[in-house]
Write a protein that binds this ligand. Structure first.
Ligand SMILES: CC(C)(COP(=O)(O)OP(=O)(O)OC[C@H]1O[C@@H](n2cnc3c(N)ncnc32)[C@H](O)[C@@H]1OP(=O)(O)O)[C@@H](O)C(=O)NCCC(=O)NCCS
Length: 214
């Protein structure tokens, strides 16, 4: 098994650890996180050092790293860590739970997490560092921009385009061929029937309550 180091020991990291263990491809060396988290552990994997020490592990032969911080609309840290990892030369694989289904011709970036029973269907494209969470469905021909999070149980119908850094909330649905901009938040349970420009939050059972993000 190849070694991998994880950045961030929060709640989302627990899902990532479980999927890594189930897939059996990587051996988790431990976590990097904040100074005050040093020494805490999940399933025996400890926070070994602070994020800024990531290069030390690469020099010691750990070639793989993964950003295991979740995304709820504020992703500057995830993007910064990703960029630092790339500069050092880490390989940033996709972590895909064995129960997920990804079509042969789906195009995947890197650093993506695909959770349990998620589906990424034919000719879909998923950008770098996206989270396709538990039970989410990304239908055929969808395009999801980098750093976005398609939350648990949500559905992107065929041909939907989602910009970068957008959060599609739990159990939300976007109907076919719609375009959701970058930096948007679609509230949990919302059905989106129209296009959404960049930087809008939309929530409600349908998409009638819409505000522009500050
Ligand atoms: C949309 C969302 C971002 C709004 O958060 P917020 O800005 O903190 O808003 P508030 O909770 O203060 O709610 C503001 C109003 O919108 C309503 N509202 C909030 N979220 C809603 C939703 N998903 N559907 C319908 N109404 C919603 C609230 O009831 C409240 O109504 P009121 O003004 O009449 O009292 C948040 O509720 C949400 O849905 N986040 C996504 C969570 C998620 O999917 N997590 C996935 C984890 S994997």
């Amino acid at each position: 098994m190849e070694d991998i180091i994880l950045l961030g020991i929060g709640g989302h990291a627990h899902s990532v650890v479980d999927s890594i263990e189930r897939a059996g491809k990587y051996h988790i060396v431990g976590f990097l996180d904040l100074e005050e988290k040093k020494g805490i552990a999940y399933r025996g994997y400890k926070v070994l050092n602070v994020d800024s020490q990531m290069e030390q592990f690469f020099r010691n032969g750990v070639e793989n790293a993964f950003v295991s911080i979740g995304y709820m609309g504020h992703g500057a840290l995830r993007e910064m860590l990703y960029s630092d990892l790339k500069k050092i030369g880490y390989t940033i694989p996709n972590i895909v739970d064995p129960s997920a289904v990804i079509a042969e011709d789906a195009v995947m970036g890197e650093g993506i997490f695909v959770g349990k029973r998620a589906v990424i269907n034919a000719a879909a494209h998923i950008g770098d560092l996206c989270i396709i969470n538990t039970g989410a469905i990304v239908e055929h021909d969808c395009d999801v921009g980098s750093f976005s999070h398609i939350s648990v149980g949500s559905v992107l119908c065929g041909g939907v385009r989602v910009g970068q850094r957008t959060l599609i909330g739990a159990n939300a649905t976007v109907i076919q061929e719609r375009m959701i901009g970058s930096g948007c938040i679609v509230g949990a349970g919302t059905t989106v029937r129209r296009n959404l420009e960049d930087s809008y939050t939309v929530c409600c059972r349908d998409d009638t309550r819409m505000v522009r993000n500050l």
